[in-house]
Design a protein around this ligand. Sequence first.
Ligand code: NAD
Length: 307
Amino acid sequence: MARDETQIGVVGGGLIGLSWAGLFSAFGYETTVYDPYLIKKDLPFQGVEDVWRSLDLLFDNLTNKKEVKFSNSIEALKASTFIQENCPENLSLKQEIIKELEGIISDKTIIASSTSSFLPTDLQRTCARPERVIVGHPMNPPHLIPLVEIVLGKVSNQELANRAKSFYSSLQRVPIQIRKEMRGHLANRLTSALYREAVYLVSEGIADVEDVDSVISNGPGLRLALLGPHMNYHLGGGDGGYRNYLEHLGPSQEVRWETLGQASLTPEVKEKLILGIEKQGFNMSDLKNKRDHGLIEILKAKKANKL
Ligand code: NAD
């Protein structure tokens, strides 16, 4: 366990908050979730148990799980040493909650936001102690995808970032600190670049939703789970490596970049995308289970191959 963290607070018990809470508690941290809209009390417990079930397939020494506490009062987070904020993606709501938290927590408590695209400086703007507000951005589902992007704002403290890194590392995560804050951090900028072209290709009628998805999941997606784009192209250069790749095939990349599309999510395009998914008739919970089991197998393969 990370030396400085004893009590973990989770703001928001939705998709991301529950996944984090399941992860924190599975690794033995006392965890409390605050969400004013937790009406169906059984649902969150169910969510945490689902997370634990997946984690038990991945790690075989999670013997110190702690029951997660749920509350609809923010006061329940008072003793937290580290807070992961996961309320809806609304800047003024996040700022308001952080302000409320600052009124009850210790000066040493870190507040890490899961925000997908706000800058930490935006979150810090209304704070009494801005340096302790950072971004700790996961990818869905945080208990299975190891990446956590750590981003500091204009007012920053590297020691606090190191503490956050040490906490996420204690959960078997892979924390990466981004050097400069930027909208969407790194992962969402990269996925948005791919998604923009995926939408453009469907909107132009080059391929349908199912074929675009199949091209990725049966093609580049497979190797991207093991190696990033730069390293994949290093292999694409044969014995000459990345240098050869860039000399040989760099010009064809530049030609393609010039033809990449500008997508727009108009009502017509959105309808085309949604129908393209719905006509495939997948059951949501069945699909989620298959994805989670597949992710567990990929994570095991990465570990076995040291990738
Ligand atoms: P969600 O809608 O599933 O959950 C949000 C939760 O916040 C809900 O349970 C809601 O009841 C609760 N909430 C609403 N108002 C609140 C308040 N005033 N105080 C405390 N809790 C409140 O949303 P989500 O998908 O879990 O996203 C949460 C955050 O995580 C967002 O900032 C989002 O950008 C980020 N994120 C989402 C994803 C994703 O794929 N969904 C991935 C990475 C990061």
